[in-house]
Write a protein that binds this ligand. Structure first.
Ligand SMILES: Cc1ncc(COP(=O)(O)O)c(C=O)c1O
Length: 476
């Protein structure tokens, strides 16, 4: 800047100098400063202040190391399924940076992804149409102090699509939805006991049935029990005021299937519960919108009393649902307290409406079942000579079965090195193509060769530092 420009920039130089405490006279007896000198000093002062106030935010790349993550986030993760111990550490990437379709990237390394955001990504990562619907909603506001009409539009759609849904409440996480369903069932029956079958989140009535009991009042252990899917005797036992559940059972909450589905068992459970004064809650947090007909209750033609939905329903954007028959849902109009600020959040609602619109218009569910079947058949053919090594489960969610964690770790080690990312459960999304599946099968073929060559002692073929990937805690 030349002198004229500096003066022009500070037309109120007298006031500015005063405010900044800049003296207008020279030290000693040397007279007053010129306008240019004062304006130049003002400039220098302002630059100093700006520099002192400059906030330097390090980029994630500069700041983040796994050590730092562990210092500021317990276990370094927000959900157990993401713990490094669940994967082949240290070969799996520590962080995922971005995803698109069926691919994820860690730095510039690209993977074909099968955990699909723990089952929540149904159309594909960062789906353009869902993103567009959400961005439109962002511009109009996403949360208000009165209901929004889109809440009714989505509730209406769920009443149309989910057989037992006559009324609907929106929440944010799967755990909230199952907590609400249990509360409604207890309110409606006046009973306290809960029979669980599957995984239902981190609420105390479920946590007490797992190994992670710390922080839960021990008295809860008399109220909940876990049954094995398909085991009728175990269910009967839970209802007999046995040592496990010492109160009358309010509800059986179950995933309608995890591994193979048993339609007769589903029918039996519903009849048995009703004959014994209990309700049946289907936890369709995973099966909802991945199963033919949008829900397992539709596919198997059975009618629970209440249902929980979440995960894939909005392609991974947070929203969950408790829905069911009006005579039970009406409990939350009374003194049964279910209430959440973000229940009416329109990001989740607009994402769910767009996802469901696509599901109704396009063969999404058929596609994920076909691709899942291709993966399952392909792997089971490749692994047919390896004892007890197969993909099990229905095509929309499959699981690797191996004789041991060591065998599975070696299999996954050889896959991750070749760009295929497997997790505890393998989901498919709409973006997985036949080409992706076939590429995956090629990788699995190579991995099985390594596994076969090291069958007796798979850990001998572990890369440096690899520790066995532990199985997740999940009841069958
Ligand atoms: C069947 C089922 N129910 C409930 C939950 C809990 O959902 P969230 O983790 O969103 O609380 C999960 C999570 O994986 C689930 O798979």
């Amino acid at each position: 800047m030349n002198n004229e420009e500096i003066i022009a920039k500070h037309p109120n130089w007298r006031e500015e100098a005063k405010e900044l405490d800049i003296s207008m006279v020279r030290g000693g007896n040397k007279g007053v400063k010129s306008k240019v000198e004062i304006a130049t000093e003002i400039e220098a002062h302002l630059a100093e202040i700006e520099e002192a106030n400059r906030v330097v935010i390090p980029s994630a790349e500069e700041l983040v190391t796994w050590e730092r993550t562990l210092e500021v986030i317990p276990d370094g993760v927000q959900t157990m399924s993401k713990m490094p111990a669940r994967h082949v550490s240290p070969l799996y990437p520590t962080y995922i940076d971005k995803g698109k379709g069926c691919h994820v990237w860690a730095g510039d390394k690209e993977y074909i992804d099968y955990p699909c955001g723990l089952g929540s990504v149904l159309l594909g990562y960062a789906d353009d149409r869902v993103n567009k619907a959400v961005k439109k909603q962002l511009d109009n506001g996403t949360i208000f102090s009165l209901p929004h009409k889109l809440e009714t539009v989505l509730a209406d759609k769920l009443v149309e699509l989910i057989p037992c849904a006559e009324q609907v409440r929106f929440l944010k996480t799967g755990t909230e939805a199952t907590m609400a369903a249990i509360k409604i069932a207890r309110a409606a029956t006046g009973r306290e006991g809960i029979v669980c079958m599957g995984y239902h989140g981190w609420a105390d009535w479920y946590g007490i049935t797992t190994d992670k009991k710390k922080g839960i009042p021990m008295s809860y252990s008399k109220l909940s029990g876990q049954c094995t899917y398909g085991d009728k005797d175990m269910v009967r036992e839970m209802f007999s005021l046995s040592n496990v559940i010492q109160k009358e059972v309010a509800a059986i909450i179950m995933e309608p299937y995890v591994y193979d589905a048993d339609e007769d068992f589903l029918k039996w459970v519903i009849d048995f519960a009703h004959d014994n004064g209990a309700l049946v809650i289907f936890d369709e947090i995973v099966t909802g919108f991945r199963t033919k007909g949008f829900s397992a209750q539709e596919m198997f033609n059975v009618m629970p009393d209440l249902t929980c939905l979440g995960k894939a329903m909005a392609n991974g954007i947070p929203i969950s649902v408790v829905c069911g028959k009006t005579k039970y849902m009406a409990e939350i109009q009374g003194d049964c307290f279910v209430s959440s600020t973000f229940g009416g959040d329109l990001i989740g609602i607009s994402a769910a409406l767009e996802t469901i619109k696509i599901l109704e218009a396009e063969p999404v569910i058929e596609h994920i079942w076909a691709m899942g079947q291709r993966l399952k058949d392909g792997f089971n053919e490749i692994s047919k000579d390896l004892p007890d090594t197969k993909l099990t489960g229905l095509p929309c969610r499959t699981f690797f079965e191996t004789p041991s964690e060591l065998h599975r770790t070696l299999l996954w080690q050889e896959c991750i090195k070749r760009g295929v990312f497997f997790g505890y459960a393998q989901f498919i999304n709409y973006a997985h193509t036949e080409k992706d599946i076939d590429k995956t099968l090629n990788v699995l073929e190579k991995a099985c060769e390594v596994l076969k060559d090291n069958w007796g002692e798979p850990n001998k073929a572990f890369d440096e530092g690899v520790v066995p990937a532990s199985a997740t805690v999940r009841h069958r």
